[in-house]
Design a binder for this molecule. Structure first.
Ligand code: HEC
Ligand code: HEC
Length: 424
């Protein structure tokens, strides 16, 4: 009775989501992610028929206009479901030559723990001034514009720069001829393809089930996980890096990239799913940036359209998980940096040496925060450590500190192999 089973999991999933939303309203943001993560203690590992179909779709390049691109082309399973290369944005489209506008995020860890998008409105001026009370949080995409994975999944399938199908019907026409089409009918009903809207909904739902159910999205096999479980000790250098990462008066990284376990013992994800404007420099590798009037402003558009009336949203992007970040070749929403150490140097030296990061404008002045229109640069975070310094001051970290933090972050890479105990 696969249909019944599917309905049931859909309802269960909806209840979890509702619960997460409820909790997140009261306990932003930590409890929300913990609640969403915790399966009932007696839950058996499930792998639904829908998830199995979703997996086939995720890896199926025939679902793209080019016939060459699947979800996995950009979200490579051997790269923590992140990009397999150092391109700032991937090439896709019907002829595989159109460039996207954003770096591919890793899909590991966040899919089943991202809270629903919310932006509690400030009740008073004083509340508005204390930023934590009305901070936007959650949702999928660098701008949080999708609340459900099933809604997100149709975007790359239809986006002209990515899998480039003209419309849902074009996706279904390909799906009907996929080697697993018969299975799709078995699971969702013999006549499913005669109702295109229902068929497309079920297809997106299948991808969502794969993303939520497949254990490869949340293996928790890093050295840091073993450390949290008390199976090993970190090296002196890794511990030094962690201290620099945690120090609220120093790196202060853990204030946004949370590294404490949840109340239920769930291991930390190194993100709080909040939105910030960090002032990452404009990236000339992105073709969209050839147009000097084009700005990717995250929460306030152009991809996201429902939050643009509030100009204080402009330039804000979602904080991402730092798990597996040390394996990446591309960093931040616009892929501006290509090594982890450069990303760390940017945090440490953005304000102490802006000339290193930003080009000069026509008057020979350093064009700080040049990836935002001048009037909106006030949105960039200059209040959270370490983003508070002045030009010429000493950076929060030395090169040696940066080495230590990078070494610590490498303990977040999955597939760590516990070495047999060294003889004393
Ligand atoms: C051409 C490269 C490319 C392809 C193909 C692609 N993606 Fe993505 N994916 C991205 C980029 C870039 C983003 C960030 C998008 C944004 O912020 O607007 C993203 C974001 C996501 C997110 C949000 C992650 C988060 O933490 O917020 C999910 C989920 C996702 N993709 C799933 C998929 C699925 C499922 C498919 C196949 C149907 C797919 N992607 C195909 C590039 C790609
Ligand atoms: C105020 C919150 C905040 C603080 C503090 C913070 N980050 Fe971030 N971090 C973010 C946000 C938001 C992004 C995404 C921004 C973007 O792409 O525009 C990000 C992105 C990153 C990335 C890029 C990851 C990727 O996959 O592209 C790295 C690496 C990173 N942070 C490391 C650090 C380190 C190390 C520190 C401490 C020096 C730190 N962060 C402090 C919010 C923060």
């Amino acid at each position: 009775m696969p249909f019944f089973a599917t309905r049931f999991t859909e309802r269960t999933a909806a209840r979890w989501a509702a619960l997460a939303a409820l909790v997140s309203a009261a306990w932003l943001p930590y409890a929300a992610s913990a609640a969403a993560a915790a399966p009932p203690a007696d839950a058996k590992p499930v792998y639904s028929d829908a998830a199995a179909l979703g997996k086939l779709m995720f890896f199926d390049a025939s679902l793209s206009a080019s016939g060459k691109m699947s979800c996995a082309s950009c979200h490579s399973p051997s790269h923590a479901y992140g990009p397999p290369n150092g391109l700032a944005a991937q090439l896709g489209g019907p002829d595989m030559r159109s460039q996207g506008t954003r770096a591919v995020p890793s899909l590991r860890y966040v899919l089943n723990r991202t809270p629903m998008w919310s932006h509690a409105q400030a009740a008073s001026m004083s509340e508005r001034l204390s930023e934590t009370d009305n901070a936007p949080v959650g949702g999928f995409g660098w701008d949080g514009r999708f609340n459900r994975l099933r809604d997100q999944a149709s975007f790359p399938l239809l986006n002209p720069n990515e899998m480039a199908n003209k419309d849902p019907a074009a996706v279904l026409a390909k799906l009907e001829h996929a080697p697993y089409a018969a299975r799709f009918r078995e699971v969702f009903g013999e006549n499913i393809f005669t109702d295109p809207s229902k068929a497309f909904t079920q297809a997106m739902y299948a991808i969502e089930r794969f993303e939520l159910e497949d254990p490869s999205f949340h293996p928790y096999t890093s050295k840091f996980d073993d450390y949290l479980d008390g199976k090993l000790q970190l090296t002196a250098q890794e511990l030094r890096g962690k201290k620099l990462f945690d120090n609220p008066a120093g790196g202060n990284c853990a204030s946004c990239h949370i590294d404490q376990s949840g109340v239920d013992g769930s291991h930390p994800l190194f993100t709080d799913f909040n939105f910030q404007a960090l002032g990452v420099p404009r990236n000339p590798e992105l073709r969209a940036n050839l147009d000097p009037k084009y700005f990717d402003m995250g929460l306030c558009g152009p991809l996201r359209t429902d939050q643009s009336s509030d100009r204080s949203n402009c330039g804000l992007f979602k904080s991402v998980s730092l798990r597996n970040t040390a394996t990446r070749q591309v960093f931040f929403h616009n892929g501006r940096f290509h090594t982890l150490k450069d990303a760390l140097r940017f945090y440490a030296q953005r304000d102490t040496n802006p000339a290193k990061w930003y080009p000069k404008d026509a008057h020979g002045k350093v064009d700080k925060f040049n990836d935002l229109p001048v009037a909106l640069r006030v949105n960039v975070d200059t209040t959270d450590e370490p983003l508070t310094r002045k030009a010429g001051e000493r950076p929060v970290w030395s090169e040696r500190d940066i080495d230590d933090v990078a070494t610590f972050l490498a303990t977040l890479n999955d597939d760590y192999v516990l070495k047999p105990e060294q003889p004393k």
